[in-house]
Design a protein around this ligand. Structure first.
Ligand code: PMP
Length: 378
């Protein structure tokens, strides 16, 4: 039976054109891109083609694009640039921003968020006055909430404070235009746009501060040492090209429709369910739901046994299951946080997939609620 893949926010299936581009590159006569010979130049040419495609996708200049190993490295590089400085960020950031900032900031301010995971622009305005860097994500990976980054940038520019946005979940789903947003740094990852795992991008606006995360060879104009990941970069370039040429509001509007239908049916058919994702200003594919007295991990495992793949925000380490920091920051109580799952739809999600979920989810939740020590409806 075909599996229903509703974990696109964790990683997307590789696009066929990406796979083909990578296979072609494997067959080509490629050497080390830093070498001054035919094979080296071939590799360099492919990398620079990919850079142009990536730059075009986010409306940047090619020299503003640095290839990294992923979103995590891109985010860490920004935090390294502001080591010892005053950094302002939000409580719902991905750990590759939050933990990286915690490890490097001289002073760190972590701003609270509302019920949907949004920062108050008033808080940004207040903090931007005395901050060196403000880093807020463009869209949240657990809730799907889109942050009004342009508004935050306006606050920061009054005080010449630099702005970074982690656009890992947003690129390819909504329009992401670095110039229009006005940010100084922007990160994203290949495997969230149909590219390969292990490649990513850091956009660094011309003229803003920059510090290397890694030192060694002079790759990426001396800004990121290490032999270039040619296959990853070729795949990323192919994914960026696909997103540029094929991206269409219509296709994602269809995904939004399917998601809204799924949400409506869950709320109507599954007892004690609630929605944690906002109705407006949300990514097309992400739906975060809670089910009273049913644990997220159990729901995930039962759905997996039915051929349906979803995720939870909880980090389970050595038997210690912590509720998602995003759900807690969005002021849900621990029980609601523990009972949440994220269903993330993609361009290949179908009506039948939604039917498959709805055929089993109500029964799974009832069963788990029946087994729980928390009595629903009491
Ligand atoms: N930021 C966000 C918002 C993400 O969702 C992720 C991936 N889960 C990352 C950063 C890290 O990206 P990568 O997997 O490429 O390191």
């Amino acid at each position: 039976m075909r599996r229903v893949y509703l974990d696109n926010a964790a990683t997307e299936k590789m696009l066929p054109c990406v796979k083909q581009a990578m296979l072609d590159a494997m067959d080509a006569e490629l050497g080390n891109a830093a070498a001054l010979h035919y094979e080296g130049w071939n590799a360099k040419k492919l990398i620079e083609e990919a850079r142009v495609r990536v730059a075009r996708l986010i409306n940047a200049e090619p020299e503003e694009i640095i290839f990294t190993s992923g979103g995590t490295e891109a985010n860490n590089t920004v935090m390294e640039t502001f080591r010892g400085k005053r950094i302002v960020t939000s409580s719902v950031e991905h750990p590759s921003v939050l933990e990286a900032a915690r490890a490097r900031a001289g002073e760190l301010v972590v701003l609270p968020v509302d019920r949907w995971g949004r920062v108050d622009a008033g808080d940004i305005e207040k903090e931007a006055k005395v901050a060196d860097l403000v880093s807020v994500m463009l869209a949240n990976n657990e809730l799907g909430t889109i942050e009004p980054i342009k508004e935050y940038v306006k606050c920061c520019k009054n005080y010449n404070t630099y702005v970074h946005t982690d656009a890992t979940q947003a690129v390819g789903k909504i329009k992401v235009d670095a110039k229009e947003l006005g940010v100084d740094y922007l990160s994203f990852s290949a495997h969230k746009i149909g590219g390969p795992i292990g490649a990513g991008v850091l956009y660094v606006k011309n003229g803003v501060p920059y510090r290397n995360l890694m030192y060694g060879g002079k790759q990426e104009e001396g800004r990121r040492a290490g032999t270039s990941n040619i296959l990853g970069i070729v795949g990323l370039g192919a994914a960026a090209r696909w997103c540029w040429e094929e991206w269409s509001c219509r296709k994602w509007a269809e995904v939004t429709k399917l998601k809204n239908e799924l949400k409506r049916r869950i709320l109507a058919e599954v007892p004690y369910s609630s929605c944690n994702s906002p109705d407006e200003g949300c990514l097309p594919g992400i739906l975060n739901m809670s089910f009273r007295a049913a644990e997220g991990e159990s729901i995930q495992l039962y759905l997996d046994a039915e051929g349906i793949c979803v995720s939870t925000g909880s980090a389970c380490a050595a038997g210690d299951i912590k509720p998602s920091h995003v759900m807690m920051a969005a002021r849900h109580d621990a029980e609601v946080a523990h009972s949440s799952i994220r269903l993330s739809l993609g361009l290949d999600t179908t009506k039948e997939d939604i039917e498959r979920v709805m055929a089993v989810l109500p029964g799974i939740i009832r069963k788990l609620q029946g087994m729980s020590t928390i009595k629903v409806g009491a």
